[in-house]
Design a protein around this ligand. Structure first.
Ligand code: ADP
Ligand code: VHF
Length: 368
């Protein structure tokens, strides 16, 4: 088989792995594992991000007494992750492969040190021909510390390991022009990163077992494609979906988010996905926005800052917003916010955020 890619991240959604009664669809799991093993034997490195722990745990037992939603989820995830990974381990073993479990939390992405440790672990597994299976550590990730869903996590992982493509498998053929159940819904086969979100076409409601829904897939796919990684959203319940997608001789109906031509550097990618951990915020004027988004490598100078919305220290991540509050980018502060006014008086202003530590939301024209 001639493969389109040599390194991919595959995300399998809860809806792909759960049967209507919530129990694990083991035959589907086995089929997906067989496809991954086939790709692996054809020289494709695969990182798997798999949901399904909560769905698998739900089928194991019901709580003995009335339990709040968070405790119930922790119970099911803790029970279900064991079932999930042991099934994967058995199926990969049958195909002559070894898999490993990587559990993570959103907080692990906030520290550059933890981020690099995780990257090193996954890279080492890949070098040893092991299939890493990543999931959120649902037992400790609760409420505000959670990823929106595993789509967000898969985007972070794809970017972290420098995948050529991210493949998001759900229970629909891709992104539709309206809810897939409605009569006039059509599959959108190609989405450019400049395209606006069809907010009213994509309902935010989730399917039976999913967490984030199609809207989060759309948002994360655009962000990942902006970093130069092609994103495919396809139906994981279809036979041979992964092989048909990767084989250059085959065609598969699905949605493809066209990647930006240039990719961002490692540190910029990490900064780009860490907006939830920003400590400070500055508002910038239109002149600064135009300069930052130009073809040139431009750092953020104090002169473009209209206001300091929340103070920060040297080394903190800060959000950069426009005058209507829209996010322009995120960067690492070169000095404390209380120095900005003093710097503004200087003939040779030092950048508040150096270009090398600046991640722009609008990376449409090949700029990074
Ligand atoms: N415009 C749309 N195109 C495709 N799917 C949509 C759209 N609007 C809503 N959805 C729903 O999004 C669901 C998939 O998201 P989600 O529930 O998070 O699944 P998963 O568990 O695979 O991550 C689909 O089952 C579908 O019903
Ligand atoms: N970590 C959870 C995944 C929840 C989740 O994000 O599900 P999905 O919307 O299917 O990606 C689990 O394993 O059940």
């Amino acid at each position: 088989m001639q493969s389109r890619y040599k390194k991919i991240t595959v995300k399998i959604g809860s809806n792909v792995l759960a049967k209507p009664d919530g129990t694990l669809n083991v035959s589907r799991m086995a089929h997906l594992v067989d496809q991954i093993a086939f790709l692996h034997k054809n020289g494709v490195e695969v990182v798997l991000v798999s949901s399904g722990a909560v769905a698998a745990g739900r089928a194991v037992l019901q709580p003995a007494k009335k339990t709040d939603a968070v405790s119930q989820r922790q119970l099911w995830a803790a029970l279900g992750q064991v079932k999930l990974i042991s099934r994967y381990s058995d199926f990969f073993h049958e195909d002559g492969l070894v898999c490993a479990q990587v559990l993570t939390t959103k907080e692990n992405f906030s520290s550059r040190g933890h981020y690099l440790n995780m990257k090193n672990c996954i890279t080492t597994l890949l070098e040893n021909k092991v299939i890493p299976i990543v999931n959120e550590n649902d037992t400790i990730s609760v409420t505000e510390l959670m990823f929106t869903d595993n789509d967000e996590l898969s985007g972070l992982i794809a970017s972290m390991v420098d995948s050529e493509a991210l493949i998001i498998l759900s229970n629909v053929d891709g992104v539709f022009s309206a809810h897939p159940d409605s009569e006039d819904a059509e599959l959108i086969e190609r989405i450019e990163i400049q395209e606006k979100e069809p907010e009213n076409a994509i309902s935010s409601e989730q399917s039976n077992f999913g967490r984030g829904g199609m809207l989060t897939k759309f948002r994360i796919a655009k962000k990942v494609a902006g970093d130069g990684i092609g994103v495919h959203v396809a139906n994981g319940t279809r036979e041979n979906v992964l092989i048909n997608m990767l084989d250059t001789q085959k065609e598969l109906k699905h949605t493809f988010f066209v990647p930006n031509e240039k990719s961002s550097s490692g540190v910029k990618k990490w900064i780009g996905y860490s907006d939830g951990f920003a400590k400070g915020q500055v508002t910038v004027n239109q002149g600064a926005i135009d300069a930052l988004n130009s073809e040139k490598a431009v750092s953020l100078l104090p002169v473009g800052i209209v206001s300091i919305d929340s103070g920060f220290k040297k080394g903190d991540l800060i959000k950069i917003v426009d005058e209507s509050g829209e996010i322009v980018g995120i960067g690492k502060a070169s000095y404390n916010s209380d120095k900005i006014e003093h710097e503004k008086q200087s003939d040779k202003q030092k950048p508040v955020v150096h270009y090398d530590y600046l991640y722009l939301e609008n990376r449409l024209n090949g700029s990074s």
